[in-house]
Design a protein. Structure first.
Length: 382
């Protein structure tokens, strides 16, 4: 049986003749059933799921996979359709408008807010069937992807919540064992210390995975951001690491252009990039880091963080953006393998790009490209 079982098409048609012709064409496209007839449950031998046909705006509250409307039908139900599409987010609920030339004005005014596909009557059967197939397939894919995404989030939440407490208990007990009986453990002290550190690492991994899942569900509000101010915030936060490593960090003199983004996102991205530049250097070598910006031919401003660290081999530059992918052991360089993944996601949420140029033994330059918005004012607060 098809994994979709069946799909539901809602007809919002103001013209009776449109309804008669469309039902006829739908029947030629796939097996169709009226509501109340459950024969479609037995129609599992087809490669494509059968269609259950509903009519009227009152059925917008029912499970719907595709809305087919004509001009008068859409005009009457426009707000209800908009509300239903919004409630379906992030799943796609496609709307196919079949309009006559007389309805062209109506179709144009509603097209981009409500309608996903437009056909003008008279409609050819092959064209109609092609549009129906594409829209129903798109709906099916969006539903399946959203379900898988929800399953993944539920799994991560479950793992993080259910395992966090035992991990912290192991870490706490190991710490207590070291404090109370450390002098009596002899050679066993090293193993208890390793156990404590491993439990602590497990807790950080689960917290990082949970934070990443939360990031995936955020819909940020973009506003003008001052990247120089964000970079200075990062340097203040990293001052202990900078002093401890005796790093030389230079910040390009202003003025800097404003960019479209989220201030906390940009601070987090730069914090990750500068932190990595301080960390990934050969032993006993003071880090050297440059932070600045440059113009591009497009509407994007390119921010950069340049270091003279260990560099990244060409064949591994894509892997560094994958979650939990590490190029070095934790004994060499500490970390969880999620920092660049989260940074890339935040840059994407700001409609930007994150990329890297690197040469092993020479260093790396990470680029953050964001939309320039010099004419806008920086919002107060935040």
């Amino acid at each position: 049986m098809n994994p979709d079982g069946f799909q539901t098409v809602l007809l919002l048609l103001g013209h009776r003749e449109n309804r008669r012709l469309l039902v006829k064409e739908l029947a030629a496209f796939r097996r169709c059933f009226e509501p109340g007839s459950w024969e479609f449950l037995l129609a599992g031998d087809s490669e494509e799921p059968p269609l259950v046909l509903l009519e009227g705006v009152q059925n917008l509250a029912a499970p719907v996979d595709l809305i087919v409307a004509d001009g008068p039908g859409l005009a009457e139900a426009r707000q209800a359709v908009l509300d239903r599409k919004a409630a379906e987010q992030p799943r796609l609920l496609p709307v196919l408008l079949i309009a006559s030339k007389a309805d062209l004005g109506l179709a144009s005014s509603q097209l981009w807010k409500v309608v996903d596909e437009l056909l003008f009557a008279p409609v050819r059967r092959l064209e109609l069937q092609a549009r129906l197939a594409v829209l129903l397939r798109a709906r099916s894919l969006s539903v399946h992807m959203e379900r898988r995404n929800q399953d993944l989030k539920a799994f991560v939440y479950m793992m993080a919540h259910d395992l966090r407490a035992p991990a912290r208990a192991v870490e706490g007990l190991a710490e207590a064992l070291v404090e109370d009986f450390g002098t009596n453990l002899g050679g066993g002290l090293e193993y208890v210390t390793r156990m404590r550190d491993a439990a602590s690492e497990m807790g950080r991994l689960m917290d990082a995975a949970l934070d990443f899942v939360k990031l995936e569900s955020r819909a940020p509000i973009l506003a003008p951001v001052d990247p120089e101010a964000a970079a200075r915030r990062v340097l203040r936060r990293l001052r202990p690491q900078i002093d401890q490593s005796q790093a030389r960090v230079s910040l390009q003199e202003g003025p800097w252009p404003k960019v479209l983004g989220v201030e906390e996102f940009l601070v987090s991205v730069l914090h990750n990039l500068v932190g990595n530049a301080l960390k990934y250097v050969p032993p006993n070598v003071p880090p050297r880091v440059e932070i600045g910006w440059e113009e591009t031919p497009s509407i994007l401003t390119r921010l950069y963080v340049r270091d003279r660290g260990i560099g990244i081999p060409a064949e591994k530059r894509e892997a560094i953006f994958s979650p939990f992918r590490r190029l070095h052991s934790r004994e060499e360089y500490e970390g969880l393998g999620l920092g660049l993944t989260a940074a890339q996601r935040m840059v994407h949420l700001m409609h930007g790009r994150l990329s890297v140029q690197s040469e092993p033994g020479v260093g790396s330059t990470f680029f953050v490209e964001l939309v320039r918005c010099d004419d806008a004012e920086i919002p107060v607060g935040g």
